[in-house]
Design a protein around this ligand. Sequence first.
Ligand code: C2O
Ligand code: CU
Length: 495
Amino acid sequence: ALGGAKLLGTVPPGRLLASKRPLPAAFQQPLKLPPVLAPTRTDATTDYYEITQKAAELDILPGARTTAWTYGGTFPGPTIVSKSGRRTVVRHTNELPRPVVVHLHGGHTPHDADGYPGDEILPAGGKPTMVMGGHPMPGKPVMGRRDYAYPMNQRAATLWYHDHRMGFTGASVWRGLAGFHLVHDDEEERLPLPRGDRDLPLMIADRSFDADGSFLYPSIDRTLEHMPGVHATHMNGVLGDVILVNGVPWPVHRVERLRYRLRLLNASNARNYRIALDPPPPGGKGMVQIGSDGGLLAAPIAHEGLDVAPAERFDVVVDFARYRPGTRVRLVNLLGSGRTREIMAFDVASSGRTPRDDSAVPARLSRVRVLDPAKAAVRRTFVLQQKSGRWRINGHEYEPGRPLARPKLGRLELWRFVTDFHHPIHLHLDAFQVVSRNGHGLGPSDHGWKDTMDLRPAEAAEVAVRFTDYAGNFVFHCHNLEHEDMAMMADFATE
Ligand code: C2O
Ligand code: CU
């Protein structure tokens, strides 16, 4: 059944979309950090935020303006910072010309706030999105605005929020609808990790640009506004030829000879990265991973480089004191070629004096309870495959409202994924732990609590997951956004 694997090989998916204007030079523009959103109101239990989704003109390329779809006028959107245990309510108002849906990726969120693809916020006069066959999408569309209430009953982690509209997630995120949502907790705050301006959220996303400076995307939604889909020639995934970090093309950031925490997020639609430092520091292993999608690891792991698939987050500490003053350290993508091999650069301060570093990476970071796969009460297998021009799970293209699984809350399950292509599989509601990859132990990117894991051609992986707290309908899907829009998604209903 997986005979296609040999033909496809191990080349990551996607088709490069060439920009229609000259590309800017690398390492010219300073890194920007997204603004941190201030609550409009707080009370004993809850912080309230407001975001208006609207078109905005951004300065991304020299000499051009980019019309983007934004959360509050910036790309990335503003960073929301929550404290674990404190409710966070975000009121999203839609002033864009299309329906939107907001998903908090990595959020342990009840169904009604999770951004189910049919729970749209419609623009004035807008109609709900139809699914193939012309039926309205199941869900609860609302006009104008929606309050998303997040219990934040979860540990410290780097989360992100992005659009999740049925059939148009790829186009909407590409146009700019993505932002960070960080969760802090006491356990993490007690650690001496780098903080303040040495804790850098880095949203890595490739884009291509049209002649007028706007984001170029091969979407069909200009002609078929209410029917999902991406142009069929790009159904493997859309790759851009410009690498943006926090919305800046190939930025440069000046650092002291100190430790920095880099919260790496791959917010690209379809691009895989193998991220490494170039040059590596003397002695190598310059990227010390302290966290994954679901927060801190039990203990740090030093890496030479890291494979980061779409939607994955890796929290790493880099000690720039290992470099000589004045070194330019590039963050490179070993899977890219030419311009897409570069991501950004860090310029290590050239003063000979080394400042004292008050940070450290403790040998023990967190208590992580390891799920025991032998105790799993239920085993399920999901085969991810393409058939007749649609991406499918167990032979089905996405049928909203038809769950492929009905997990009982609180019960440990073992989910096995089998594939013939690259698919970063993502589960809503709860993080999981990878148990095995191809019958062996974990791959280097598989440690800790994950909510997204990359499957490669002809791979099978098992993950242990326990869904908790919230009964209802959720989705799991491939996070290659073009695969997702081309139906590689399914509902599961917790009960
Ligand atoms: Cu980041 Cu269902 O998505
Ligand atoms: Cu996929």
